[in-house]
Design a protein around this ligand. Structure first.
Ligand code: ADP
Ligand code: MG
Length: 382
């Protein structure tokens, strides 16, 4: 059964009637551009064919009833709960969307919601944005709200920043909302400008192998906040609005003005931004295979300069490259999560097997691997 059908069946099971509709939003993989988003820089995500589906119907009101298959819990929300701090845990991502709508001057309609997801939770594929964006789509349509789609990324980000308390950038919500099939989303995180860049792997005999390393996210929120703070402090020292304003050519001079560790953090961000621009240029020209060295260089930069990889992730990248992948890197915020490799279509299974063998040899749990193609963003499915 598709994820949409499962959400609809879950709704009927919980509430005894059919939903008014099912809306869904995808998880994403970031092809390249890591920790550049909060530096006003560039990212290049694409939507994976794994989605969160939200079945919903108007309620007599007031308030909301939300059930998640993955959380295996029903949460009842009153109007008084639309205050940060009131609802914690998984339901906070949903209530955050209600809160963000109200903060934007829009009244979300009372509703009953049942949701389920194919996006693994907490694996770095952005189940959180998929959840926020699918809920937002459901509420906007149920309530006939005047909330244009190009404002959804900011609204969903606000939910996560302001209600959940996770200081994420704009990438995940932009990808989940705006992506198109067969394209990656070139996103300028400074002004939100987007370009849909052709990313048709099949046409080039290629595939993108995604491996969820299952590595638990260790220290993730503290380390994320520390990296973000280092970037902000470096931008102040360098007298720029954000590290995006530092060009690669100006890097040596900038590094002279920073301590060693901050310098390495800055070098990652500045060179990573350049790698995104280089990758976009190649993809616009249909030179897909040529992005491979950029992927591998991105990984080295995250491992050595930004220090956000963990042994499981490095093992997966090394195994992919040893098995003949054109390029490979960790994707996502780091300290665990997923790795992607650009491989020949014919080499998908062998490359996945090589990663599994390397994990077995290292004593790590067997990783989950899948070949991803670029899917569409948020959509009504039923
Ligand atoms: P990621 O976005 O990479 O999957 P996050 O830590 O940002 O990881 O978000 C994961 C959290 O989002 C989960 O721990 C849970 O609280 C919430 N979440 C996402 N999808 C669901 C779902 N289907 N049901 C309940 N909670 C979910
Ligand atoms: Mg997330």
């Amino acid at each position: 059964m598709s994820v949409a059908d499962r959400a609809a069946a879950l709704f009927t099971e919980r509430y005894g009637t059919a939903p008014a509709g099912v809306w869904s939003a995808p998880g994403r993989v970031n092809l390249i551009g890591e920790h550049t988003d909060y530096n006003d820089g560039f990212v290049l995500p694409f939507a994976v064919p794994l989605r969160t589906a939200v079945a919903a119907a108007p309620a007599a009101g007031p308030g909301w009833t939300i059930h998640s298959r993955e959380a295996d819990e029903t949460v009842v929300i009153g109007v008084d709960d639309l205050t940060p701090g009131r609802v914690t845990g998984w339901a906070g991502y949903v209530v955050g969307v209600l809160w963000a709508l109200r903060e934007a001057g829009v009244t979300p309609p009372p509703a009953r919601i049942a949701l389920t997801s194919d996006v693994p939770l907490g694996a770095g594929l952005s189940s959180s944005a998929a959840l926020e964006c699918a809920v937002l789509a459901a509420l906007v349509e149920l309530g006939s709200l005047d909330v244009p789609k190009d404002s959804w990324p900011r609204l969903a980000q606000r939910a996560e920043n302001g209600y959940v308390g996770m200081p994420c950038g704009i990438m995940d919500q932009s990808a989940s909302t705006l992506c198109r099939a067969g394209h990656a989303l070139f996103l300028d995180c400074r002004d939100g400008a987007v370009e849909h860049v052709p990313f048709d792997l099949a046409a080039h005999g290629l595939a993108l192998l995604v491996v969820d390393t299952n590595a638990p996210h260790r220290l993730v929120s503290g380390e994320y906040a520390a990296r973000r703070a280092a970037c902000e402090s470096a931008a102040r020292t360098l007298g720029v609005g954000a590290l995006r304003d530092v060009e690669v050519d100006a890097l040596p001079g900038a590094l002279d003005r920073l301590d060693e560790i901050t310098g390495r953090r800055v070098r990652h961000v500045v060179t990573e931004n350049q790698r995104v621009l280089d990758a976009v240029r190649l993809l616009r020209d249909g030179r897909v295979t040529e992005i491979a060295p950029l992927l591998t260089a991105s990984h080295a930069s995250m491992r050595d300069d930004y220090e956000i990889t963990v042994p499981e992730v490095d093992t997966a990248v090394d195994a992919m490259l040893a098995a003949g992948a054109h390029g490979a890197r960790m994707t996502g915020g780091g300290f665990g999560g997923c790795v992607l490799g650009l491989v020949d279509r014919s080499a998908v299974d062998a490359t996945a097997a090589a990663v599994r063998a390397a994990f077995a040899a290292a004593g790590y749990a067997a990783p989950h691997a899948f070949a991803a193609v670029a899917d569409r963003g948020v959509a009504r499915l039923i």
